[in-house]
Design a protein around this ligand. Structure first.
Ligand SMILES: Cc1cc2nc3c(=O)[nH]c(=O)nc-3n(C[C@H](O)[C@H](O)[C@H](O)COP(=O)(O)O)c2cc1C
Length: 163
């Protein structure tokens, strides 16, 4: 089973979970990178404007045969109730995706924000095969790891059923 992970992580939380997933699944891990990490309204406005003017997404991701993966796990922090902008921008380039896409979401809330799952489902144009969620407090204690095994089972069982 070829599994790839592509994620965006601003502070490192999503990356931390992604690294564990990569290790458990023997998957390749790729990060979406942004050229600027400036914060604040003016910086965001400047980035948005240059993105609109150049019509080029201001993000970089490794060029991989994503669609030939048996499973692609897309990771994002919740950002204002939806997926992070760099992942949204990458998906806006309409990359060919495999049939089976799972999600990795981190946020500060105790429960996974449904709006982020809905946003991602709409952006990828399919229902995710599984969702792994880790909250900020669970990341601090490692409690999120109790959901790792059911998530992996879900991904693998669904893979066997569709094979
Ligand atoms: C600009 C911004 C917006 C955020 N919006 C939300 C949000 O709507 N809901 C939430 O629970 N957490 C929100 N967070 C918290 C992050 O989702 C959370 O800390 C996440 O684990 C960070 O992941 P990262 O380290 O991979 O970037 C936000 C954080 C930032 C910086």
């Amino acid at each position: 089973m070829t599994c790839r992970i592509l994620l965006y992580s601003k502070v490192g939380n999503t990356l931390k979970v992604g690294e564990e997933l990569a290790w458990q699944l023997g998957a390749q891990l790729h990060e979406i990178e942004t050229p600027e990490v400036e914060d604040g309204f003016r910086a965001r406005l400047r980035q948005k404007l240059s993105s609109v003017l150049s019509k080029q997404p201001q993000v970089y991701a490794s060029d991989q045969p994503w669609a030939s993966s048996d499973l692609l796990i897309l990771g994002t922090p919740a950002t204002s109730g939806r997926a992070a902008e760099p992942l949204r921008q990458w998906l806006a380039t309409k990359p060919a995706l495999p049939e089976r896409v799972a999600l990795l979401i981190t946020s500060d809330e105790a429960q996974c924000p449904k709006s982020v799952i809905d946003d991602m489902s709409r952006l990828i144009g399919r229902t995710p095969v599984a969702v792994l969620y880790a909250s900020k407090s669970e990341l601090a204690t490692g409690a999120w790891k109790s959901r790792l095994s059911p998530f992996l089972d879900h991904c693998v069982i669904r893979h066997r059923q569709s094979a």
